[in-house]
Design a protein around this ligand. Sequence first.
Ligand code: GAR
Length: 191
Amino acid sequence: MKKNIAIFASGEGTNAQRIIDYFKDSDTFCVSIVVSNKPDAPVLKRADKAGIAFHVIKNKTEFYDTCQTIDILKAAKTDLIVLAGFLWMIPDNLIKAFPDKIINIHPALLPKFGGKGMYGMNVHKAVITAGENESGISIHYVNENYDEGKIISQHKCEITKSDTPESLSQKIQQLEHEFFPQIIEKLLSVK
Ligand code: GAR
């Protein structure tokens, strides 16, 4: 039986797309569901186009005060939950229901430039403003604290004097698209 991946995403979903494409023809792994908190998130169109089931979380009450998401993920026989640009904090009951089975990608080298409010362009602006000469991506387990779970893998890129938040975001996106699917495959292969 194939191992099932659930992707959580709030926005564009370019990482989700990469993961969907990477596992499209796999005999062992598949993306079985996409979950979003935004009804108009482009990632939902990507899921639909790929023929993948999706669920839109109606509101915070549903997510934080009910077991609906857990029930949906269990029904989809989820082996790994992948947060790919999902901007809500994961509730404790979900973390407890899937111990060591939730991972996140962060567009900087944690523990630097993590925490509340640190997502997308905000991160790249902060990195450039701080005058860093390198940045990168962090793939990590999700625990109760934002961006603080055990690091699984980090990949770096150089920042040059001419880099802007926009050019840095492109370098980071390249790293994400290259490494995220591979790390997911590795994790599922040993689990
Ligand atoms: C990615 O860069 C991901 O690292 C970031 O959101 C982007 C989603 O892009 N996540 C965070 O900042 C989490 N703190 P995508 O929708 O094109 O995949």
